[in-house]
Design a protein around this ligand. Structure first.
Ligand code: NAD
Ligand code: AHE
Ligand code: ZN
Length: 375
């Protein structure tokens, strides 16, 4: 079949919207009509050429929601008409990682997914001259129709709006999951969130859900403060206005009974390795936990004095908020539908696929939280 899609032909270039060829689902695969997709900073990371795994040409996008149109042989868990959210972190429930109960990082299709291919080692997308187009993160939601492995879709309730729940495909789940699944924040905690964008705001709403007392937000852009306060941020720091952001946080978190100071938990949602170091070092001696969410550019490395870890701080990371997609995503959709979490105010812009490059521009100018493409 033909489908309209936004193609990343070359690193650093705008996406080109055009018709491409899409082959039908093979065994164990499903064809999904994408109804809406968010634009995450990770899409920009790949588009810009900063991703060491970036492949071109590719159809980016990994934060979508849509309807199953057709299923391949052997597919049993979904059928045409089901509403689904594509999963860049699949859940096969059979591999060593899924069975370990210790991680959400299913390894069943990781090798081919990283090569921009379906599990059989081929692409379903091609240009008219036969050139294959790479899939992206196993999702390629910047295409109106896409093919996904059955294990990479979460079936969700039919009354949830696609234009909002697409955000659960990455940003919402990553931010809230980082707090609940990865850090396991407890009531009364003091936490710091670096980067108040589409991910950081969801960390903040996760912290509020978990019952944190102090939620310090850090961003270079003062315009992010108002929205973060709406979601539960209690204190704001713009690093441009303080001499030393680590020292500032240590002072803010001191009490008459604890003159050491430091956050119980911190989260990096910037992707900047210097910020990641600050995020670790602003946590409390003896028990502070710092979670890396941000994706850093090719070649970047983190560093700190080992003494920071010797004295009890813990450095962790999280992908998709530690969520097991097929199990956890339908529950997060329920949380949204029940009013336990908010999504609508974070979707600051919507646009048709033809204007997708505007979504990237808004993100790069710091003017949006989430842009959502509506098909
Ligand atoms: P975004 O562009 O919406 O937000 C980034 C925010 O960080 C912006 O508000 C920006 O002003 C702020 N910022 C940038 N540099 C800063 C600095 N030095 N100090 C303080 N603030 C700074 O991006 P997003 O969609 O929220 O994504 C954030 C990061 O999370 C990206 O690196 C993205 O690739 C990554 N990510 C990771 C996962 C995962 O599973 N681990 C999932 C989604 C996104
Ligand atoms: N390709 C990059 C790494 C990108 C990355 O870390 N991706 C996250 C999801 S970001 C979503 O917005 C992830 O889930 N990674 C786990 C995995 O298996 O890819 C690089 O640096 O090479
Ligand atoms: Zn993402």
């Amino acid at each position: 079949m033909k489908t309209r899609a936004a193609i990343a032909f070359e690193a650093g270039k705008p996406l080109e919207v055009m018709e491409v060829n899409l082959a039908g689902p093979k065994e164990g695969e499903v064809l999904v009509e994408i109804k809406a997709t968010g634009i995450c900073h990770t899409d920009e990371f790949t588009r810009s050429g900063e991703d060491p795994e970036g492949l071109f040409p590719a159809i980016l996008g990994h934060e979508g929601a849509g309807v199953v149109v057709e299923v391949g042989a052997g597919v049993t868990s979904v059928r045409p008409g089901d509403h689904v959210i594509p999963l860049y972190t699949p859940e096969c429930r059979e591999c060593a990682s899924c069975l370990s109960g210790k991680t959400n990082l299913c390894t069943r299709i990781r090798a081919t997914q990283g090569q921009g291919l379906m599990p059989d080692g081929t692409s379903r997308f091609s240009l008219d001259d036969g050139t294959p187009i790479h899939h992206y993160m196993g999702c390629s939601t910047f295409s109106n129709f896409t093919v996904l492995p059955e294990i990479a879709v979460a079936k969700v309730r039919q009354d949830a709006p696609f234009d909002k729940i697409c955000y659960i495909g990455c940003g919402v789940t990553t931010g809230i999951g980082a707090v609940i699944n990865t850090a396991k924040v407890e009531i009364g905690a003091k936490a710091v969130v670096f980067g108040l964008g589409g991910i950081g705001l969801n960390v903040i709403q996760g912290l509020r859900l978990a019952g944190a007392d102090m939620i310090i937000g850090v961003d270079l852009n003062d315009d992010k403060k108002e929205m973060a306060e709406r979601f539960g941020m209690t204190h704001f720091i713009n690093p441009k206005n303080v001499e030393n952001v680590v020292q500032e946080i240590v002072e803010m978190t001191k009490t008459p009974f604890d003159q050491i100071g430091g956050a119980d938990y911190s989260f990096d949602a910037t992707g900047n390795v210097k910020v990641m170091r600050d995020a670790l070092e602003c946590t409390h001696r003896g028990w502070g936990v710092s979670v890396i969410i941000g994706v850093a550019p090719a070649g970047a490395e983190i560093s700190t004095r080992p003494f920071q870890l010797v004295t009890g701080r813990v450095w962790k990371g999280t992908a998709f908020g530690g969520a097991r997609g097929r199990t956890d995503v339908p529950r997060i959709v329920d949380w949204y539908m029940d009013g336990k979490i908010q999504i609508d105010p974070m979707i600051t812009h919507t646009m048709p696929l033809a204007d997708i490059n505007k979504g990237f521009e808004l993100m790069n100018k710091g003017e949006s939280i989430r842009s959502v493409v509506l098909y």
